[in-house]
Design a protein around this ligand. Structure first.
Ligand code: ADP
Ligand code: MG
Length: 480
């Protein structure tokens, strides 16, 4: 039987505000436990929340980034449940009226095509604290540093059919929020957390099946694996005549299985109701337009510009716009090289190989965009052959700052001076009369092979520095 996967995603993005969504405590990652808390985060009686406007602006920025409608009036609601890391006994979220409504987000796929994902909503909420199990022997501690950190939960329609689409969406979302500067999208620090809702149906079926929700999978690799493992589990159930129970499940990468966390039958009734301590958020058109005007160029627009204006392939444009730092490096490099195609080739070839080899991201790159740009310029103006350029690149990577200096110091200049090359060619012809006669007697096809001998000798004589095009031209002329 042919089963089709149906998936919808809920992604929690930690917004990059300096302070919390309802208090003035700092949000920085990695501080000592409970050093970034104040009476409100600890839920002491008598404290009242004060909305952080930066979180609201960032949510609007996101909404505009995915072409969504912005909720002119949105509200905060209380989601009631008990857990030790939530001292208030409720989480403040937006249930009934979210700040971001429907939108469509275009996701580039590996093959260069575009996969449109329907965004259902995105709402603001506060994060909870954290239980700490390994700090005090025999006890569990509570760290409230994270309590009240602003989150934007982005919910999609169940539009995904393959794990590749899911991963492509997450990568594009990561790119978008880092371009927009509203989240660092750091998965390992929990700034981007993903829940995958998954159900199966027989191919051709129009109704959706019963779904399970896979919680908090924190790497792209695990997401692909979790989807695969959970789909197999559901398929086994369905094919043996059992049914899927709607529940939340946890992926265990060590055991390579998903486990039930809580099922919907015994799940909490959250008893949502509007938070009486917070006023509705009212956003006027002028505010939306002011924020829209200040948006940076978005990845989708950049991708389009790279293919139409700069003549790059869709594939290269996708790779170069995958994150903001890479696109900025590329554009800075082009400003010097004036050659977008060669710049793309160098960045996706030698540069990316060098970065991968040392496990570096583009921000840790040891070559400046100006350095690489000048290197490309020196190839284009005939100073460097492509082989020499690799040597110069190695020099730059090793920390030598100046392209022209490396060319000078290593004596890498290509000989493009026709006078100097002419002398070499004349000497060659004078010293190899037998080969010259053989060449002159040969037909055109054979000549093409025989000229290799002269090119090799001339290269040797010029210590590998002869400009190959010029050399070929001179040889043909003088031998002919
Ligand atoms: P809840 O609030 O209980 O999590 P939602 O209706 O908000 O439920 O849906 C959450 C996510 O589940 C959405 O991303 C949605 O696209 C996805 N989803 C809903 N139904 C299905 C289904 N049958 N199969 C897969 N995903 C689904
Ligand atoms: Mg859910």
């Amino acid at each position: 039987m042919n089963w089709e996967k149906v998936m919808g995603l809920e992604v929690h993005l930690q917004l990059s505000t300096h302070s919390k969504i309802f208090s003035s405590s700092a949000t920085a990652f990695g501080a000592d436990a409970n050093t970034q808390t104040n009476p409100l985060d600890m839920a002491l009686p008598g404290t009242l929340p004060v909305l952080n406007h930066a979180a609201v602006s960032q949510a609007i920025v996101f909404g505009l980034g995915v072409g969504a409608e912005i909720g002119k009036v949105s509200r905060f609601d209380r989601k009631n449940y008990f857990y030790p890391d939530l001292p208030k006994g409720y989480q403040i979220s937006q249930f009934f009226e979210p700040i971001v409504k429907e939108g469509v987000f275009d996701v580039p796929l590996e093959d260069g095509s575009i996969f449109p994902v329907r965004i259902l909503r995105a709402h603001l909420e506060e994060d909870a604290g954290k239980s700490v199990h390994d700090a005090i022997p025999g006890h569990t501690g509570i760290d409230l540093n994270r309590a009240g950190t602003p989150l934007l939960e982005v919910v999609t329609e169940p539009d995904f059919r393959t794990a590749e689409q899911v991963v492509a969406y997450l990568k594009a979302l990561h790119a978008l929020v880092t371009y927009l500067g509203i989240s660092d999208g750091n998965m390992s620090e929990g700034s981007m957390r993903c829940d995958v809702n998954l159900s199966l149906r027989l191919e051709g079926e129009t109704e959706y099946g019963t779904r399970t929700e896979l919680k908090n999978i924190n790497s792209f690799r695990f997401i692909e694996r979790a989807i695969h493992v959970e789909a197999e589990r559901q398929q086994d159930l369905l094919e043996s005549g059992q049914s899927v129970v709607q529940e939340t499940r946890l992926f265990d990468p060590d055991k390579d299985e998903t486990r039930s966390m809580r099922s919907k039958e015994v799940a909490n009734d959250y008893r949502y109701f509007p938070d009486p301590d917070l006023l509705p958020i009212v956003i006027d058109d002028a505010t939306i337009e002011r924020i829209r005007d200040a948006l940076p160029e978005l990845p989708a627009v950049k991708r389009g510009r790279y293919t139409t204006e700069l003549g790059l392939s869709q594939y290269d444009a996708n790779l170069l716009t995958q994150d903001r730092a890479t696109a900025e490096f590329f554009e800075a490099c082009c400003a010097t090289s004036n050659n977008p195609k060669a710049t793309a080739n160098w960045m996706l070839g030698d540069l990316s190989a060098a970065l991968n080899k040392e496990g570096l991201a583009i921000c840790g790159c040891k070559v400046t965009p100006e350095g690489l740009g000048l290197l490309i310029k020196r190839i284009d103006d005939g100073t460097l052959s492509s082989k020499m350029a690799k040597t110069v690149f190695e020099g730059l990577w090793a920390g030598e700052p100046d392209v022209d200096r490396i060319i000078e110091d290593k004596g890498l200049k290509q000989v493009s001076d026709s006078g100097a090359l002419e002398t070499i060619v004349d000497d060659l012809i004078a010293n190899n009369p037998a080969q010259v006669d053989q060449y002159r007697a040969a037909d055109e096809g054979k000549q093409k092979k025989l000229i290799g001998f002269f090119v090799g000798q001339a290269m040797k004589a010029s210590k590998g520095q002869a400009n190959p095009q010029l050399l070929n031209q001179l040889l043909k002329q003088k031998l002919g």
